[in-house]
Design a protein around this ligand. Sequence first.
Ligand code: ADP
Ligand code: ADP
Length: 230
Amino acid sequence: ISTSGLVHIYRSQGHDVAALSGIGITVQPGELVGLLGPSGAGKSTLLQLCGGLLTPSAGRLQIGEHNLATMTAPELDRMRARDVGIVLQGAGRNLIPYLTPVDNVRHAQRAARDRTLPPPQDVLELVGLTDHARAPLTSLTPGQLQLCAVAAGIATFPGLLLADEPTSQLDHQARDEVLAAISTINASTGMTVLLVTHDPEVAALLPRTVTIRDGRIASEGRSGEEFAVV
Ligand code: ADP
Ligand code: ADP
């Protein structure tokens, strides 16, 4: 991820809301970076821009080889299907409820139209869900559902995984399992991860964090040490 002067303005009921007012960040391939900041800071907006779900109002936004400011809608669709995975807050919110874990992963892979992807069972093994591959989703715990959501998010082995508060509605044990899965995938596959969190305990485990406030970068830190950006 490489951005400079990234601006996003929502036009809402006749007036403009500047959600991001000039963000410049670089996330190197293979990094796992936490995005912190109070509610309303612009974290979700930044994540949605990186995922091609919103279009920047101004500035530069590069995701791998893609320049998101100039991409057409079909190009963005293709990028989302193949190159960027998304996990949302909740317990398996981006899953299809009537499909089993293995079929959810297969469904996510189908959109990518790539015959070289590993079998869905191998993706479930990465998150430790092998024993539940064909169980109905209704029989899974919230933590297992979110592990399944991670599996669906990484099903196409995208270069980038975007996670928006992926552990915020889970108990501590499930939270740690989901974080461990994301961290293992990052380490073993080199997948870049940008993870939004409110949870200081989660932030403390991440190798690098970026804090945004009022649509601007407030501070950056490495290994728990925060320092102001001048
Ligand atoms: P979070 O703090 O978890 O990012 P929010 O409560 O800010 O979530 O936003 C939840 C949803 O409401 C998002 O889809 C966001 O785009 C939308 N939203 C937030 N603020 C506004 C607003 N002022 N007008 C319209 N929609 C909004
Ligand atoms: P965060 O994820 O850090 O809570 P958001 O990116 O959701 O922040 O929101 C940043 C700002 O943009 C907030 O002021 C929010 O109210 C506003 N906002 C978010 N979504 C919308 C929307 N769909 N329409 C209008 N304003 C929005």
